[in-house]
Design a protein around this ligand. Sequence first.
Ligand code: IVH
Length: 673
Amino acid sequence: MAPSETARRRAEWLRREIERHNHLYFVRDQPEITDAEYDRFFAELVELEAKHPELASPDSPTQRVGAPPLPQFADVRHRTPMRSLGNAFTEEQVRAFDRRVRDALEVDAVEYAAEPKFDGLAISLSYRNGVFAQGATRGDGATGEDVTANLRTIRTIPLRLPRAPDTEDLEVRGEILMYAADFARLNERQRRGGEREFANPRNAAAGGLRQLDSRITAQRPLRFVAYGVGAAPCAGWRTHAEMLARLEQLGFPVCPERRVVLGHDGMLEFYEAIGRRRSQLPYGIDGVVYKVNRLDWQERLGYVSRAPRFAIAHKYPPEEQVTEVLAIEVQVGRTGALTPVARLRPVQVGGVTVTNATLHNEDELRRKDIRIGDTVVIRRAGDVIPEVLAVRPELRPAGARSFKMPRNCPVCGSAVVRNDDEAATRCSGGLYCPAQRKQALVHFAGRRALDIEGLGERLIDQLVDNQLVSTPADLFALDGDVVAALDRMGEKSAGNLLAALEQAKRTTLERFVFALGIRNVGESTARDLARHFGRLEPLMNADEAELEQVPDVGPIVARSIRQFFAEPHNAEVIRKLRAAGVAWPESDGVVLPAPGSAKTFVVTGSFAGVTRDAVRSRIESAGHRVSGSVSKKTDYVVAGTDPGSKLEKAQALGVTILDLEGLRRVLESERKP
Ligand code: IVH
């Protein structure tokens, strides 16, 4: 059926609207609608075009999902060559460039358009009558490859420009790149899918752009940034800056960091300023580019062989370097995680000497197969900790040794544990290990733990740094005069602290268990453990199977509890705490239903004198489950007044219905001895 005029108008409106939102989202970073609203527009357009194929057009945003694979890329001859740039590595070379430019133009001072040098791939985009017609890679500068279908999938490339004389015939030049954050997510996805990871954002961008199947390109988070034009017969701009402003107006992303600067001093200032922010930029750069701002002057200066005389790239020191692994050691962090660290032959990277690099964890080490004696590629970006990117296996010496994680913590000697669900290997001596000391003490003294008033991070730092306290047990042996002599303390605060410690000794089992800082044991698990065991000894002696009887304690939590109490160093600290007088009321514990005999309850309606929440928690603390809806799996429905449809459903399914008295009897009888 031929599309009605309404359908045609609607399709046209949707296209314009979708592209406007693409621009707001990807280029301006200021979305006006939610993703769901965007998806609805998109789905509507897809449907319209499917119903009326004659409405489809190559500049429709629906084309951004990719097209069937090509047998190969066609060659494209560039109308104006895509040139390269000369490089400057030193300030002197930048001054010399400025001197050459001024001499050739016979002027005293020159304005330059300065911008980052993006670390991606050059491309050229051709627009005819305002519509994106063809896009090509740089190739050898004269001939590139036709990657139009791939470029169409990139949301930051406008498919249609406003109609104007200068958009009738326009070639826009710029860079395809991938943001560091997008790159990290992509590699995470590759890793999860068991696929090869990309070495860096540039390789990932290049891989994405050179796909014969543009549907794959569409899955890659590629971006475009414009930095110039090729053929532009109808352009009226006079400077590079004006040209970029016009491209921005037409909807192209241009770099917000661009500036117009004066002379070599202006260029060098720009270089320094961008260099300082390099690691915070969302994309990688390897330098900055200076271009004579006036286009008529650019033309007068012309080209030498393949590079312009009017522009130069000023490079930063590389952030990647090659060096040798001298040794692999282990560091213990504040949370007890053991991190292997490579000691390196010192090397200059990005302007500083690097002597070691993190290897993250055991899996990372194995995956990259890094051995002592290996030659490795390291990377240091800004203030980020240097890391080993890859090994050069072809340079591996015969005696290169593999590294094994130690079985004991190199700091305190406690056993180390590695759980399947975690990448990190950890020291299990949480209460005892000097590396974890401060963190353990802060947690122990916290409001929700032993709640020792006045014992904050600053005081803990002082106590540990002055070797007055090494484990929580030492807190209770502190001497008032010694504390009073500490920085910012005094007799009164010292007295208050000792009083607070005295008070904290009378606690509850649940607070005490939480205060121990056992991995995976938060407040609510501590409460469940305290309620279940009633006393500390049976909890300390429980095996994993017994621990798993406690509601919400699964194998992972059970194992961390077991590992914690199995470490003799921790047991010793607990013994000292109790000897110092830390105590709590004990009970025999609540015996909860055996696993498998827990029942499922639904609570509905209102109850006189008690909230629905209170009824629910009475059921839960007896070890049963409370569900929100009635099903075949429901064992009991507890119904108050105005129970509504849940009661009807329960009756229909034949589920036992209880009032509060009935609930009490059931909870009594469901209890197992
Ligand atoms: S201008 C005639 N500006 O650097 C000069 N190039 O060596 C045209 N590049 O592969 C280049 N960022 O893709 C220019 N802001 C920038 C750039 C830039 C990166 C790349 C370009 C080309 C290489 C030139």
